[in-house]
Structures are given as C-alpha cells and as structure tokens.
Design a protein around this ligand. Structure first.
Ligand code: CP
Length: 315
C-alpha cells in the first residue's frame, strides 16, 4: 500500500479486517519490521483516540512515533501554489511536508474541513497538497471528507460482534450544538457498503450525504422505520452537505433512547467518540450492555497497526 486515505486504497475490507484481528491476537509479532523506523503524526486539529491509538500501534510494531500539533507548534502554513507569502503565513506546505518526510518513514496527517467552501473541502486540498509534497507514504488521521482509520476500526468491531454474514447496519443522524464535518459518516457508509452490509441511513430532510458515499444504501427520513430490525446502530451528527456546513435543526426527538431500540434485533450501539452525552446520545444508551464504544476505541489500535504494517511493507 502506498497511501491510506480511503477504502479504495486497500484491496479488500474483509482481508484487512482479518489482518487486524491477527495483530490484535498477537500485537508484538512484527517488531522487527518496525525497528529503527519512525512515524510522524501531524495534527492540524485536536485528537485523543487517533493520536494515542496510532502511537500505541507504532509501539506495537517496534516503531518510533513523533507527534506534532502543527496548528499550535508549527509555523502558519501556506497552502496555495505560487502564493506571494507577504501575509500571515510563514511556511509553505511543500517545504513543511518535504522536510517532515526526511525525518520519517510514514507520515499521518489530520486536517479537518473548514465547512465554509464545499468545493475546497471535497477536493481535499490540504491532504492532496501534503501527499504531493511528502516523499514518504501518507496515512489519513481524518481529512476533510473521510476518517478511514475510524471506519476500519468500526468494521473490525462489527466483525467481532455480528451474528450473521450480512447484518443490517443503520447510520442515524443525531442532534448537536455545533456544526460537525461529514467525514465520519461518509467514511462509515463507504466502508460498510464495501463490506457488503445492508446499510440504512436515516436523518432529517436536508442532511443527505453526498451520493458518492451513500450509493447502494437505503435512505429513510423516518428514524423509527429505519431502526426496525437493526443489528448495529451507528449514531453520529453531521452538518448539512447540501446547505454546506449549516445546522438545519437541533430536533432532540432524533436523540436515541433505549425505548427507540425495542424493534431492533437487540442492536449494538456504536459511536466514534468524542460524544456530547445527552445531546447527541443518551447516557442510558451509551452505558448500556449493548454499547460498543470502548470496543471501537480499542480497535483503533489494530486498525492503525494493520495500516502501518502494510505501508512499511509497501504491499
Ligand atoms: N474518533 C476519533 O477520531 O477520536 P479523536 O478525535 O479523539 O482522535
């Protein structure tokens, strides 16, 4: 693998999930592969899970990990080719990415969307500039439109808990006080569809995701009907794609409660975290025996480890 930014960068989701589960069973089996190798983890935005699970994954492989919160600790980056840098930016991304590549064997980068220009965000300008100028393999730690490491961990978690081959997987929109990216939801749909699951997406009108990610899923604006028979319910807020970056409603009738789950197939509940409790998802659901949120968080290690291993091997 030369880069990891979306599901199409891997040859097969089930095969990658199997590799991740092998690593989970024997995390230190490949320390020779990572010896004297370094991963750089570059954050333009905050992180808890991605940062720590990627560091842990690197340690399990015998690698060194260097972390930089470039938004706070680095020079202000210029992203435009040919820019006359006489304003607030101090360093061009081509120089920053080029230099960081000299210190590392793999680089991970987190770059959230601005949620102002859909065109800029959906052409993944920051990530693509970084890949263009970085001389070593790049892995996404969440970009403007996708969060592939999270989705990979989610697929590992579903594999561990599914009771039949083709589970009904429901992605439900949830209310939130802030405008959030579509990245986790886009990615989850993309990976669940690539896994050939029965994917249902439910949200209020106006919250349709880009068809690029949802083609093949059932879209239903009736949450109760969508939840009927669900094996897994993935809860996530996202801002509008159509009315880009906007909050169209904060309707708390979309908050998932145990009562709403009564017609599911004893559904397991998933959320990527961080979660605003009792705004996006109720305590009673998050803390119920069917909640998989900690299993998802743990599997972030083995998703990152499987990706790092493939990037080091170049396969
Ligand atoms: N789920 C996730 O990516 O968490 P962090 O933003 O804390 O890394």
């Amino acid at each position: 693998m030369e880069k990891f930014t979306q599901v199409s960068d891997i040859s097969s989701v089930p095969a990658m999930v199997r590799k991740a589960l092998e690593l989970k069973a024997n995390p230190h089996a490949h320390t020779v592969l990572g010896a004297n190798k370094t991963v750089g983890l570059i954050f333009m935005n905050p992180s808890l899970r991605t940062r720590l699970s990627s560091q842990k994954a690197a340690m399990n492989l015998g690698m060194n990990a260097m972390v930089m919160n470039i938004d706070k600790e680095g020079w202000a980056l210029e992203l435009r080719d040919g820019a006359v840098m006489n304003g607030t930016t101090v360093e061009h991304i081509k120089d920053a990415a080029g230099a960081m590549g000299l210190y590392c064997d793999v680089i991970g980068i987190r770059c959230f969307p601005g949620l102002i220009s859909r065109e800029d965000d959906y052409r993944e300008h920051v990530l693509s500039q970084f890949i263009k100028y970085c001389p070593v393999p790049v892995m996404s730690l969440e970009s403007a439109t996708r969060h592939p490491l999270q989705s990979f961990a989610d697929m590992i978690t579903i594999e561990e808990h599914k009771l039949h081959t083709t589970p009904r997987v429901v992605l439900t929109w949830a209310p939130h006080v802030k405008a959030l990216p579509q990245a986790v939801s886009n990615s989850f749909a993309e990976w669940a569809l690539a896994s050939k699951y029965d994917v249902v997406i439910t949200h209020p009108e106006g919250y349709e995701l880009s068809e690029e990610f949802t083609h093949g899923a059932t879209i239903d604006h009736n949450q109760e009907r969508a939840l009927d028979g669900a094996d897994f319910v993935y809860v996530k807020n996202w801002s509008s794609y159509k009315d880009y970056g906007k909050i169209l409603t904060q309707d708390d009738s979309w908050l998932l409660t145990n009562d709403k789950l009564k017609n599911t197939a004893n559904a397991k509940i998933m959320h990527c975290l961080p979660v605003r409790r009792n705004v996006e998802l109720s305590d009673e659901v998050l803390d119920s025996p069917n909640s998989l949120i900690m299993q998802q968080a743990e599997n972030r290690i083995y998703a990152a480890q499987a990706v790092l291993k493939e990037l080091l091997e170049g396969v």
